[in-house]
Design a protein around this ligand. Sequence first.
Ligand code: ARG
Length: 459
Amino acid sequence: TSNRMWGGRFAEGPDAIMEAINASIGFDQRLAAQDITGSRAHAAMLAACGIISDSDAQAIREGLLTVLSEIEAGRFSFSTALEDIHMNVEARLKELIGEPAGRLHTARSRNDQVATDFRLWVRDQCDAAITGLEALQRALVAQAEAGADWVMPGFTHLQTAQPVTWGHHMMAYVEMFGRDAARMRDARARMNESPLGAAALAGTSFPIDREMTAQALGFDRPMANSLDAVSDRDFALEFLSSATICAMHLSRLAEELVIWSSAQFRFVALSDRFSTGSSIMPQKKNPDAAELIRAKVGRILGAQVGLTMVMKGLPLAYSKDMQEDKEQVFDAADSLMLALAAMTGMVSDMTANRTALEAAAGSGFSTATDLADWLVRALGLPFREAHHVTGALVRMAETQGCDLHELELGQMQSVHSGITADVYDVLGVHNSVASRISYGGTAPVRVREQVARWKGLLG
Ligand code: ARG
């Protein structure tokens, strides 16, 4: 039997293997809503431009809504023989309304159709990512506000560096996720042009109005070059690269939660709702959600690399290779949204262990820099000499197995005779963080300013 879709040219139908490699309906049915929205806008435009009759457009537009409701209700039977979502929808429309259905595809190709559908879908994902990021930021800001003046160790090389505040650490992620949201906004703004009306590749001789469909679909304008419109997928790649960076940030926070929730750190307790147990070890409470979030960046970057490789070296305009754009983007978007939701849940639910944070903040000679700074300020030592004196005091404390504030004044003076009892003021972790009031610093007063700023921005 001849092909149902383009029987005119073909005497025989496709081989089963041809059908299997060619069909995309198994996954592109996720574009159904976008496909129908795009087709409805196209039909209205065709009628407004006098290319089809108003009554045909009316029948098409209503019929398409019926098709959508069938799909949404799960009452639609997708056919592999009809290849993709575009042909499945049109074939069903034909069954429903008859002859006018055949007029919908005037001045259009599946090439501009799929480019339009996919742009609309990715645009929605940018919006969803922004919403998800803002929810996560709110959860982090709430943690920061509650613990704006709680002290904890700040690390470099995962070695104790200087005391910081819990609020400051939480707000660092708020900044990162803020840039991730901004990247999504940028990508969205750049992709928001309409490919519809580019037709197969060269435009069309029908008197279409591309401004009208662009506007109906919420695009800022039609794309200026029909070849470009049907042959690029940079908009999806931009979404994927923004998603990759975001997933990398999520991965770092996830890693911290894994470390912090361990018995060795005890900085945070994760809620039961976001933890799992062990089938053999009764005591276990595992941070599985954090681990899975930590892993997601792998598949999201994988999608970015995969689609880049699909697009690399493709001659203009459309090639069927480009059908391979969708699954990876779908998977990456699903992974990102789930990771954002899980991280938001974990951060909202987690309890910081203020006592453990404070105990850890003072260990590891974390106020050694404060001591060196004091030697500069109080005694007028050059910083390099102060660094050396402090190093000698740290070595002395280490040998004695005590902290810096536990050294006696006489012992300190044996290293530098000018040291006075005032020095003990700067050796406390609370004084240490309170003193770091430079813009962007860890002092509670600065953290509270940033909390207020972000609360204003996030509404
Ligand atoms: N299913 C196709 C895709 O996803 C639609 C475009 C088909 N165009 C074509 N010239 N065969 O890319």
